[in-house]
Design a protein around this ligand. Structure first.
Ligand code: WT7
Length: 642
C-alpha cells in the first residue's frame, strides 16, 4: 500500500491544510481517488447545517469491506491484518492474515444472509474483544446491514433501549467475555434484554467462555454451527467468495449510541464512503503509518475509537492492528508493555485514564520489557494532564517518541484536531492543530466568533468533514437540535477550548451536562433518571468532579423521602439501581443525601454551585441570590462528602 496523501513535513501540512480550505472538493476527491469504487461519485459535497444535510461523494458506489480487505489480498494476503492478544497471556495468540480475514468475513456474511439479514437491517453486536467481533462487524458491512455495537459494560436495560430505538431484528453475541479475572455473562444479559422484546428474530451466539447459557429454539443459534455450514457455501474448489453488496456512498454503515445532555442516548449514524475516507486519511497521517508497522489501539471496539482505529481506518490502510481482549492491570500492570514487547508494537494509542492508573504502579512493571519497537504514542478520550503526558513520554516513549493528543468524538467519526506524529510539533496537554479539512472556530455564549490569539470559547466547526455524523437514528430533528441549533450554521462540539498564540487548541472539557468518566461518556440526566427510579428517591442532581485517575468522578446529590437508618445501605441500593438501569460504568462515586436542591425561581437547578461543592469549595460559591432558598446551599456545603 502506498499513501499518496501522507503528509511528510510541516510545510506539506500547511499546503494540504490551505488547499483543503480553499478547494475542499478538489482536495477530498484526490484522496477519494485512492480508494476502490464500483462507481465514482457525481458530486463531492452537498451540504447545509440548517437541516442539517451532509452528503459526500453522492452517486458513488462502493463497499467498505472491498477497501478494507479485498483490495489488499493480492499484495498483503499473508500479512497480518489482526493480531489478537487474549485476556490470559498464557493462551494462544491468533494472527489473522488478510486472506484469513477475507474468508471469515465472507463466511459470516453468508451466515447473516442464511439467517435472513438483508441490506439496511440493523444488527446489534454485543461481544467481547475477540476476532469474531471484527468478523461480525465486517460481515454486516459486506452485506450492507447496519451494525450497532454495544459496549459490554452496558446493562440489559440499556441494550433493550438501544434495540428498540434501532428496531434491531438481529443480535450477535457470545456466551461470555473474559475481562481480567472476571467473566461477563453476555448471553445472559442479552436474554434479560430480550424479555418483552418483540422485534428480535435471531441471536447468533459465539462460544468464548463456556458460560452456561439458555438457547431458545428457533431464535438462538450457535456461531460455530452457522459458520461451518456457511463455509461450504462460500468456498468452491478452494476459491472463497461472497459478493459484497454495492452501497451508495451515503448509505449508513453503522449506528453507535452515545450520551448527550438529555436522558436518552442517541444513535449516531455514520455513512459508508465519507467515514471510510476520513478514518483512513486520519489514521495514515496522525500516526504516520508506514507499511509493516504494528498498530496497537487499546480501546474497546464498543466505542468509536475501536471502530475507527482498530477496525476501519487501519484495515483500509492495509495495516496490522493489534486487538487486545483484556485489561491493562491483569494479571499485572505490565500487560501493555508485555504486548508491546511480544508483538514489536510500533504505535500505541491509549487513554489518559489508563496512563494515570498505570502511573500508580511505578516503574517496576516496565522491568525486563523491551519497548524499543515503539515509534509513536497516542492518547484520546479526555484532556491529558501535564503529569500523565510527561510520564507517558518518559517511561513509555523513552523521550524519543512523538505523542499525538487526538481530539475527536463519536459524532466526528475520526480525529479532527491532533498533531501529526513527528511532522507537526506536539505540545503537552494540547491537541494542537486541525487536520486538513477541519475548520474549528471558537465562539462566545452568543455564538459570536472569538478571533485573535490567545482565545478561549466554545469549540465549533464551520464546515463539514467527510466522517461527520449524518443524523441521529430515527430522529433527524434531534440531530439538528443537539448539534446544529445552539449556534447558527455551526456544528457545536459541546467542548470548551483555548487557542494559544500559534493557533494550537487545548480542549478544556465539556461545557454541557456530559461527564467523561475514565474516557466513558455519561450524561448527568441519564444517571439522574436512573437514580430517580429507585424506591424512595424524590429527586437527584448529578455533577462531575475532578478524579485523579478517572478524570471525572460522578457526584450525586439525592433527596430521599423514606427513613433510612443505614445510609450506607441506601447508597449501595442506589448504586445497584444505576448499574441495572445503565450499567456498571455509570455508578456514582459519591452520594450525598440532601434535604433540598438549589433551585432558581423557574425551577432550574443551579448546577454550578453543586459542581463547586463537589470540588470541595464550600465558601466562594458565587451569586446565589436568585435561588428560591439560598439556605439549602449552606446545608449542602455543610454535608459535603470527602
Ligand atoms: C469527548 C468525546 C473520540 C474517542 C473517544 C471519546 C473528550 C476526546 C480528547 C482529547 C481532550 C478529549 C471531549 C469530547 N475528548 N478526545 N484528546 N483531549 N478531550 O469519544 O465518547 O464521543 O467523547 O471526549 O470532551 O467531546 P466520545
Amino acid at each position: 500500500m502506498s499513501y499518496p496523501y501522507q503528509i511528510k513535513s510541516l510545510q506539506q501540512y500547511k499546503e494540504a491544510y490551505q488547499k483543503s480550505v480553499d478547494q475542499p472538493e478538489l482536495f477530498w476527491s484526490e484522496v477519494a481517488d485512492t480508494f476502490e469504487w464500483r462507481k465514482k461519485w457525481d458530486r463531492v459535497l452537498d451540504w447545509n447545517f440548517e437541516e442539517p444535510k451532509i452528503k459526500w461523494f453522492e452517486g458513488g458506489k462502493l463497499n467498505i469491506t472491498e477497501n478494507c480487505i479485498d483490495r489488499h489480498l493480492q499484495s498483503l494476503g499473508e500479512t497480518p491484518a489482526l493480531i489478537w492478544e487474549p485476556n490470559n497471556p498464557d493462551d494462544r495468540v491468533r494472527v489473522v492474515t488478510y486472506n484469513r480475514l477475507y474468508k471469515r468475513v465472507c463466511q459470516f456474511a453468508q451466515v447473516l444472509k442464511n439467517n435472513g439479514v438483508k441490506k439496511g437491517d440493523r444488527v446489534c453486536i454485543y461481544m467481547g474483544m475477540v476476532p469474531e467481533l471484527a468478523y461480525a462487524i465486517l460481515g454486516c458491512a459486506r452485506i450492507g446491514a447496519i451494525h450497532s455495537v454495544v459496549f459490554g459494560g452496558f446493562s440489559a436495560q440499556s441494550i433493550a433501549d438501544r434495540l428498540e430505538d434501532a428496531k434491531a431484528e438481529y443480535i450477535v453475541t457470545a456466551d461470555g467475555a473474559f475481562r481480567g479475572d472476571k467473566i461477563i455473562p453476555l448471553k445472559n444479559v442479552i436474554d434479560d434484554a430480550l424479555i418483552g422484546n418483540r422485534t428480535v428474530k435471531k441471536v447468533i451466539v459465539y462460544t468464548r467462555t463456556r458460560t452456561p447459557v439458555s438457547m431458545i429454539k428457533g431464535r438462538d443459534v450457535w456461531w460455530e454451527d452457522e459458520m461451518e455450514f456457511a463455509e461450504t457455501q462460500v468456498e468452491k474448489e478452494g476459491v472463497v467468495s461472497f459478493p459484497a453488496e454495492e452501497m451508495d456512498a451515503e448509505d449508513p454503515l453503522f449506528i453507535l449510541y452515545t450520551s448527550g445532555s438529555t436522558g436518552k442516548p442517541k444513535g449516531v449514524v455514520h455513512s459508508s464512503a465519507g467515514y471510510m475516507i476520513f478514518t483512513t486519511y486520519s489514521f495514515v497521517n496522525v500516526f504516520q503509518y508506514k507499511p509493516g508497522d504494528v498498530h496497537f489501539c487499546t480501546a474497546d471496539i464498543g466505542w468509536i475509537t475501536g471502530h475507527s482505529y482498530i477496525i476501519y481506518g487501519p484495515l483500509s490502510a492495509g495495516a496490522t492492528s493489534v486487538m487486545f481482549e483484556g485489561v491493562p492491570t491483569w494479571p499485572d500492570a505490565g500487560r501493555f508493555w508485555d504486548i508491546v514487547d511480544k508483538h514489536k508494537v510500533n504505535i500505541i494509542y491509549t487513554a489518559p485514564t489508563a496512563i494515570r492508573s498505570l502511573m500508580g504502579y511505578g516503574t517496576a512493571p516496565f522491568e525486563g520489557k523491551d519497548l524499543s519497537s515503539l515509534k509513536i504514542l497516542g492518547t484520546v478520550g479526555e484532556p491529558i494532564n501535564e503529569e500523565a503526558w510527561h510520564w507517558y513520554n518518559k517511561h513509555v516513549g523513552k523521550e524519543k517518541c512523538p505523542i499525538v493528543d487526538t481530539w475527536w468524538q463519536t459524532e466526528t467519526g475520526g480525529i479532527l484536531i491532533s498533531n501529526l506524529a513527528g511532522v507537526t510539533p506536539d505540545k503537552p496537554t494540547y491537541a494542537t492543530l486541525p487536520l486538513p479539512g477541519v475548520q474549528p472556530i471558537l465562539v462566545d455564549e452568543e455564538g459570536k466568533e472569538i478571533t485573535g490569539n490567545p482565545a478561549t470559547g466554545n469549540l465549533c466547526m464551520k464546515a463539514p468533514w467527510p466522517s461527520m455524523l449524518r443524523t441521529t437514528y430515527g430522529d433527524h430533528e434531534r440531530c439538528r437540535l443537539n448539534y446544529f441549533s445552539t449556534y447558527e450554521n455551526l456544528y457545536f462540539t459541546g467542548d470548551g477550548a483555548l487557542r494559544d498564540e500559534e493557533g494550537n487548541y487545548r480542549i478544556t472539557g465539556r461545557v454541557d451536562d456530559v461527564l467523561n468518566v475514565s474516557g466513558h461518556r455519561i450524561g448527568t440526566a441519564e444517571v439522574e433518571n436512573a437514580i430517580n427510579m429507585h424506591y424512595g428517591i424524590v429527586e437527584s442532581a448529578v455533577v462531575g468532579y475532578n478524579h485523579h485517575i478517572k478524570g471525572q468522578g460522578i457526584y450525586a446529590y439525592v433527596i430521599c423521602n423514606v427513613v433510612h437508618t443505614d445510609e450506607e445501605h441506601m447508597r449501595q441500593d442506589i448504586i445497584q439501581t444505576v448499574s441495572r438501569i445503565i450499567g456498571p460504568i455509570a455508578k456514582p462515586d459519591k452520594i450525598q443525601f440532601v434535604q433540598g436542591l438549589p433551585k432558581t425561581r423557574s425551577g432550574k437547578i443551579m448546577r454550578r454551585v453543586l459542581r463547586k461543592i463537589a470540588e470541595g469549595e464550600t465558601e466562594n460559591l458565587g451569586d446565589t441570590s436568585t435561588l428560591l432558598d439560598p439556605g439549602v446551599v449552606t446545608d449542602i456545603a455543610n454535608g459535603k462528602l470527602n
